[in-house]
Design a protein. Structure first.
Length: 221
């Protein structure tokens, strides 16, 4: 199948997918993400507030976007468009706005940072590291929903996304001391920990690639 034909199919599918994607979870998640940053915007002096606000926002936005990965019309429809194309379009339609909201909140958080840190040093947000964290927190939910969508097509299937997020979050919070992945920017292990965050991002991407593929294995995945 030619690339141009797939491109035309993608263009034709965008409109219908935008209409049928469940936007209520995404809009609700965006509103809650904004609320998570309110303490920082209202003048909290500790930079930790901005960091944790952005982390919570990423989890919420990923949970909201995960509902877009489930196609409840699959049992009732026949289409020549391959599944992988439909799923990646759903991914782009849901994650594009979610990423835009997070970046907007990141700019807001950066603007609300306290001016000086210990020793008079200027405090800045480590945007690159926080972006990797946000991608992992968001993609974990989306990938979980995408895996569930291979066999489920009802309203509760997408709950697999937030459920996976909740499980991974609980496991990560149980790690304390030197094992905790939730370092703060002034922590000396920030760079070291974010190497593991980058590895986690690759794992999330690999799971999403496998979940969105067309062919099913003999075991049904």
């Amino acid at each position: 199948m030619s690339v141009s034909l797939r491109a035309r199919q993608a263009v034709l599918l965008v409109g219908p997918l935008v209409r049928i994607v469940p936007w209520v979870p995404a809009v609700t998640a965006a509103a809650l993400a904004l609320l998570a940053l309110v303490p920082a915007v209202l003048g909290a002096r500790a930079p930790d507030t901005q960091v944790w606000g952005l982390r919570i926002a990423a989890v919420l936005l990923g949970a909201g976007a995960s509902f877009a990965m489930v196609d409840m019309m699959i049992p009732l429809s026949v289409t020549p468009t391959p599944r992988w194309l439909r799923q990646w379009l759903r991914f782009a339609i849901a994650l594009g706005p979610a990423a835009g909201v997070w970046w907007g909140l990141c700019l807001l958080a950066a603007a609300s940072m306290p001016g000086d840190g210990p020793g008079g040093a200027t405090l800045t947000l480590p945007v690159a590291g926080l972006a990797v964290e946000a991608a992992v927190c968001g993609l974990a939910g989306v990938a979980g929903a995408a895996v569930a969508a291979r066999s489920g097509h009802n309203r509760t299937t997408a709950l697999a996304g937030p459920a996976i997020q909740a499980l991974l979050l609980a496991m990560s919070l149980a790690l304390n001391g030197g094992w905790s992945p939730w370092r703060l920017p002034l922590d000396g292990r920030w760079d070291q920990v974010h190497r593991y965050w980058s590895m986690a991002l690759l794992v999330c991407a690999a799971v999403l690639l496998a979940a969105n593929r067309d062919e099913r294995s003999p075991r049904g995945f």
